[in-house]
Write a protein that binds this ligand. Structure first.
Ligand SMILES: Nc1ncnc2c1ncn2[C@@H]1O[C@H](COP(=O)(O)OP(=O)(O)OP(=O)(O)O)[C@@H](O)[C@H]1O
Ligand SMILES: [Mg+2]
Length: 500
């Protein structure tokens, strides 16, 4: 097997996955519906009406089907995979993998090395030392770690890894989803790796419990859904844990928010406004929440409740709580509502809820308006108005038999600001609105944008152009809070600088 002669130029242009007859679905430009919705009209008190987004139509080019580009994560040829399979199979015949897993990583690697070198010589495989090392690394990853996922897990620039069956792996880099040439030997290997991941948190994934959430040792969030629910093979989704979380200044540098906008957020965080961060999946909600928590005073006692601990608060006095899914027998579940309720007995000064998605919305609102101001949470919604109606429906569906008006009064009495995050069609993340909750007029909640992002078009590379603008609000409702915290001068300056 002459894969010693392999060179970069010999790597087939069409990588295995692409050359399969069952061609991958071609890249179809995002449907228009995926575009961030034009923010729903916001009732603005005394402020000029924002110019309609219709005024500047965005040019949308007709869809032209083109082959899906494949990102080369590793440079292996077909022959390499074939050799690896042969050697791997011979290895499994020789050793007991479960015993190997008992050894520490170094000794297990040594053991594998000896056997692999032996197999290579017996089978007369021609390969250079560096190729042998590569093969050894790959086999060790397969046996001891997460197999072909390892090179992806090692990269810090990847936000998400999405494995759709053994042959198809996508990653998200710089906000863009791209297909890679990473692949697994077969679905059984992929399933084994999924099993290895979830067993670390004491769970199993199989026919009888085919859905499972877990966490990698580095904190990355994992979801596995297996056949028969996932029709084309085990499907694994990993939200990589970023060790160096983005700071508000990074968001300014990326253009996600303007300088004065960031200053307004700093004041909102510091002056203990109750904040909801709203946005779609992967729009940067948790990142933004983490940034806002940066402005909490180090003397405050903060309690965080999350499904999977992602927040990294810098303050010394922080208690971190995490929900727990039910065990295999279906008992032992601790829900977000249990945590938030318990939190109230822990003398918190601020409560931070990673993601509000159920009846805990009620407890969070109660906490917000009973002396735990400065509490924050995120939720999935496409606009500030939708965020509030989601809170309302979470409470209604939570079985609290309260009249709609009472719930709205509660919302208005507790939430000060909604910050809307979005992932735009070019993959960039933007803060779309900083919106104040003003009050109730009749049965309608009145909202007022303090800042909004206006899309103005796109450049020749398809990047969305636009700007963050103020809406002419001179004195937002949180002015008094800001002045209580001695920040009214900063707030006035930021509002001036934000323009309109
Ligand atoms: N403004 C930004 N600019 C560039 N990248 C960002 C920005 N905000 C977040 N990211 C990156 O996007 C990815 C998703 O961010 P994050 O986890 O905050 O999203 P989310 O809305 O909480 O997602 P989910 O809905 O899955 O919880 C992360 O890798 C994060 O580093
Ligand atoms: Mg999140």
């Amino acid at each position: 097997m002459a894969f010693g002669k392999r060179s970069a130029s010999s790597i087939p242009e069409a990588v295995p996955v692409a050359s399969k007859p069952k061609a991958a679905p071609v890249a179809v430009p995002r449907p228009q519906s995926q575009k961030p919705k034009t923010p729903t009209p916001v009732a603005v008190k005394g402020a000029p009406k924002p110019p309609s987004a219709q005024a500047k139509p965005v040019q949308i080019k007709p869809a032209e089907p083109k082959p899906e580009p494949v990102r080369q994560v590793n440079q292996q040829s077909e022959q390499y995979y074939a050799t690896k399979t042969t050697i791997f199979n011979a290895l499994i015949d020789t050793i007991d993998l479960s015993q190997l897993a008992q050894l520490d990583a170094e000794s297990a690697r040594e053991e594998i090395r000896d056997i692999v070198v032996e197999i290579i010589s017996i089978k007369n495989v021609v390969m250079s030392i560096s190729e042998q090392e590569q093969l050894l690394d790959d086999i060790c990853n397969d046996v001891l770690g997460y197999g072909p996922l390892e090179p992806l897990l090692a990269r810090d620039d990847i936000a998400d890894i999405m494995v759709n069956g053994a042959d198809t792996t996508y990653i998200e880099v710089n906000g863009k989803i791209e297909r890679t040439n990473v692949r697994f030997r077969d679905n059984a290997q992929l399933m084994n790796i999924c099993q290895r991941i979830v067993s670390q948190v004491g769970r199993r994934v199989d026919d009888s419990s085919p859905i499972c959430d877990a966490r990698l040792l580095d904190g990355s969030r994992v979801n596995v859904i297996a056949p028969p629910l996932a029709i084309d093979g085990p499907t694994l989704t990993i939200r990589k844990f970023k060790k160096d979380k983005l700071k508000l200044q990074d968001l300014v540098n990326f253009g996600s928010i303007s300088e004065p906008g960031a200053e307004i957020l700093r004041i909102i965080g510091h002056a203990r406004c109750n904040v909801l961060i709203s946005g779609g999946t992967g729009s940067g909600k948790t990142t933004l929440l983490n940034c806002l928590t940066g402005f909490i005073d180090p003397t405050e006692r903060v309690i965080t409740c999350e499904d999977s601990a992602e927040l990294q608060l810098q303050q010394p006095h922080v208690v971190r709580l995490e929900t727990r899914p039910p065990n295999i027998e279906g008992s032992g579940e601790v829900t977000m509502r249990d945590l938030v309720k318990n939190c109230l007995r822990m003398r918190p000064e601020r409560i931070i809820v990673g993601e509000v998605r159920g009846p805990e919305a009620f407890d969070l609102l109660q906490a917000m308006n009973t002396g735990h101001d400065g509490s924050m949470g995120t939720l999935h919604a496409n606009s500030p108005r939708e965020a509030l109606s989601r809170v309302e429906s979470m409470i209604t569906m939570g079985g609290f038999s309260l009249p709609a008006r009472t719930i709205r009064e509660m919302i208005v009495g507790s939430i000060d600001v909604v910050v809307q995050a979005s992932r735009l069609r070019d993959g960039s993340r933007r803060i779309m609105n900083i919106t104040e909750v003003m009050g109730l007029e009749g049965d309608t909640i009145v909202l007022q944008d303090v800042l909004k992002y206006e899309i103005e078009g796109e450049d020749e590379n398809g990047r969305v152009l636009g700007s963050h603008r103020g809406t002419g609000v001179g004195r937002p409702r949180f002015w008094e809070r800001a002045s209580y915290y001695n920040m009214e001068r900063e707030l006035a300056a930021a509002l001036d600088a934000v323009g309109s």
